[in-house]
Design a protein around this ligand. Structure first.
Ligand code: PLP
Length: 421
């Protein structure tokens, strides 16, 4: 019988390092017994994880295929060439760099390639759904560059394109970043292109969250509009934890140089192999079906929250995630996260646009459907989970309610074991 459990072959590890083995085993149990609603997480396939755990981890390969600084690179060259070709094919791009270790490194390499330190970046504010690397002051992007931020409209919760244009005209940025970590609506990349052209700025798109949806043709495509595209591979795209860059061919040399030797040393060839596998998986019809279900589950959950009286920022979702605004409910996102954890439901606290609470407390929670959909859950299960969340958050004694629902949540998890395709 085909092994459909989530257990990796960790027997060598058990012998060599029982403590780490124990932690891995506990994490397997946690993943199986908890409903994972963190919008940026997913379950990668056995094939992806087998590549990550392969001998390719032992190989140094500074440089690029056919021009390495080390010998013995003939097989890792094959791996990287496949990963590049598949990334280009999947997204219809002219050029790809698959070496960034993660999304943050992809963003850093693009900024390094495109503008000089001291240049001006216009990105989405972290407090409105952007990412740290889009110009936050505690991040390199706000430290090395002059950062200006745009956000969402206070009334609608939708991206405020008029503000983006006004700021672009006023500030004359060198680069505009479109993309987000906690924004539930489609992004109009053509509109961003128009604004960038008006002020003579580069347009960079960070599609980390929505890469899987874009690959499946379920979100507007940034490729025709962006000069540079950064992404992670582990969110909706369901690959290993990592990053990559797409760009127009004319920027190939500067992006390659910015990644290596600019900000990284040896590429992680085992992870590049896993990225190649993930890109191949993402070309299958089953992957497109999966993304359709991700959207259907998110939509069903958002509608249920609204029906039951919770506020969803912007009134719904077009993608895999939503933000619940709990600011009118008298408790914080931190508290909500802790109560839900007691019912084996994992979410993250999240500031909501125009939040009055500190980021540590936060006025809301972010909820995403990529992981539950990878377990095979459909709308019925998604609505059931949303219903439990409402029951806990609206309860007079949320902790007790969470405790009483825990076995039901585990029951649902048993029905949908974490196995991968
Ligand atoms: N860009 C966006 C939009 C993200 O949401 C994230 C991570 O959450 C990143 C970049 C950074 O990715 P990583 O955590 O792999 O550095």
């Amino acid at each position: 019988m085909k092994n459909t459990t989530f257990e990796p072959p960790v027997s060598h590890l058990a012998e060599a390092d029982p403590e780490i083995y124990g932690a891995v085993e506990s994490e397997i149990r946690r993943q199986n017994e908890n409903v994972e609603l963190i919008a940026s997480e997913n379950y990668s396939s056995f094939a992806v994880r087998e590549s990550c755990g392969s001998v390719l981890t032992d190989k140094y390969a500074e440089g690029y295929p056919g021009r390495r600084w080390y010998g013995g690179c003939e097989w890792v060259d094959e791996v990287e060439k496949l990963a590049i070709a598949r990334a280009c094919k999947l997204f219809g791009a002219e050029y790809a760099n698959v070496q960034p270790h993660a999304g943050s490194q992809a963003n850093m390499a693009i900024l390094m390639a495109a503008i000089r330190p001291g240049g001006k970046v216009l990105g989405m504010s972290l407090s409105h759904g952007g990412h740290l690397t889009h110009g936050h002051k505690r991040n390199f992007s706000g430290d090395l560059y002059q950062a200006v931020s745009y956000g969402v409209d206070e009334q609608t919760g939708f991206l405020d394109y008029r503000q983006v244009r006004r700021l672009a005209e006023q500030e004359n940025p060198d680069i505009i970043i479109a993309g987000a970590s906690a924004y539930s609506r489609k992004i109009d990349f053509g509109h961003f292109r128009d604004i960038a052209d008006q002020v003579g700025a580069y347009l960079m798109v960070d599609m980390a969250h929505i890469a899987g949806l874009i690959a499946a043709g379920l979100h507007p495509d940034p490729v025709p509009y962006a000069d540079f595209i950064a992404s992670t591979t582990h969110k909706t795209l369901r690959g290993p934890r990592s990053g990559f860059i797409l760009a127009r061919r004319k920027y190939a040399e500067s992006i390659d140089a910015a990644v290596f030797p600019g900000i990284q040393g040896g590429p992680l060839m085992h992870v590049i192999a896993a990225k190649a596998v993930a890109f191949k998986e993402a070309m299958s019809p089953a992957f497109a079906d999966y993304q359709v279900q991700v959207l259907a589950n998110a939509d069903a959950m958002a509608r249920h929250f609204i029906e039951r009286g919770l506020r969803v920022v912007s009134g719904g979702t077009d993608n895999h995630l939503m933000l619940l605004d709990l600011s009118g409910n008298g408790f914080s996102g931190r508290e909500a996260t802790e109560w839900l954890a007691a019912a084996n439901i994992t979410v993250n606290k999240n500031v909501i646009p125009f939040d009055k609470r500190s980021p540590a407390e936060a006025g809301g929670i972010r909820i995403g459907t990529p992981a539950i959909t990878s377990r095979g859950m459909k709308e019925k299960a998604a609505v059931q989970i949303a219903d439990w969340i409402v029951e806990i958050l609206m309860s007079k004694d949320p902790e007790e309610t969470a405790g009483s629902l825990r076995s039901k949540v585990k029951g649902l998890c048993d029905e949908f074991p974490v196995h991968c395709c």
